[in-house]
Design a binder for this molecule. Structure first.
Ligand code: ADP
Ligand code: MG
Length: 256
């Protein structure tokens, strides 16, 4: 089984769509208990990288590993079960279902008996479901959603809804959490709150956070390490201070 201290390693990953290499020989290493940001201009390959890690896209070549376990070639639900949770860039989830039920979706793969037998009121299944609901409630409280457990997510303010998506990803009990633009569209107050939440995840849960984000102020204040992509290639990798004074990064953003 996997140790908590396993890094997420991307080894020479290439993803081709016809003639286009959306990723070309990309390598990075995200250490446990850190926030590792992936930045780059639009079309650089950031979402493609997340799709490869989570098993949605197939790598043309190269591998993704969590500790000694190869993730490439596994189906998305297996990758989730192996410890990679993902919060999506766009609003996800069922708008008419409550906050709690949406968070519970993240726990499906952990439930041995499943929702059907729970619905049929088989005692052991009812017990198991209660334990999962208690954990889902705990995660909701961690994300300041404790007062909104029974509200349908469709009527929540945008920032709350994005936090439900992070809560659902956390409910999978990940070792690695992929966050695709978690503060996109948020106001300053919501952004500060999400930044504090990500710091708390890193500090108290020891999870590896892989973060794609356009808000550079947020990235530079939060990330331990930054990988910069441009046209599918790694053009820089280092601490926020190192990459922000790297001429290759400035070139990538100026498009020259
Ligand atoms: P980013 O998230 O950095 O903005 P993407 O990973 O979404 O960039 O896209 C990288 C490149 O790959 C873009 O040129 C995009 O059009 C292309 N691409 C992404 N997904 C697909 C796909 N499923 N089929 C064809 N091209 C794709
Ligand atoms: Mg994207």
């Amino acid at each position: 089984s996997l140790a908590v201290a396993d890094p997420l390693v991307v080894e020479g990953v290439t993803v081709r769509f016809g003639a286009l290499a959306a990723l070309a020989d990309v390598s990075l290493r995200a250490e446990p208990g850190t926030v590792h940001a992936v930045i780059g201009p639009n079309g650089a390959g950031k979402s493609t990288l997340f799709n490869v890690i989570s098993g949605v896209y197939r790598a043309t070549s190269g591998r993704v590993l969590l500790g000694g376990t190869v993730l490439t070639g596994q189906r998305p639900h297996r990758v989730t079960a192996l410890g990679v949770g993902r919060a999506f860039q766009n609003l996800a989830g069922s708008p008419y279902e409550s906050v709690l039920d949406n968070i519970m979706i993240g726990r499906h793969h952990l439930m041995r008996t499943g929702f059907l037998s729970a619905g049929l009121r088989i005692p052991s299944a009812r017990h198991e479901e209660r334990l999962h609901r208690a954990r889902a409630r705990e995660i909701a409280e961690f994300l300041d959603l404790g007062e909104r457990l029974h509200v349908p997510i469709g009527i929540l303010p945008y920032g709350d809804r994005k936090r439900v998506e992070v809560a659902r990803a956390l409910a999978t009990e990940p070792r690695v959490l992929l966050l695709d633009e978690p503060v996109a569209g948020m106001n300053a107050v919501e952004t500060a709150q999400m930044t504090a939440t990500i710091r708390a995840i890193r500090a108290s849960l020891g999870i590896t956070v892989l973060l794609v984000e356009h808000d550079m102020t947020m990235v530079m204040s939060l990330a331990d390490r930054v990988t910069v992509l441009d046209f599918g290639r790694v053009v820089s990798d280092g601490t926020p201070a190192e990459v922000s004074r790297d001429p290759a990064v400035i070139r990538a953003y100026l498009g020259t």
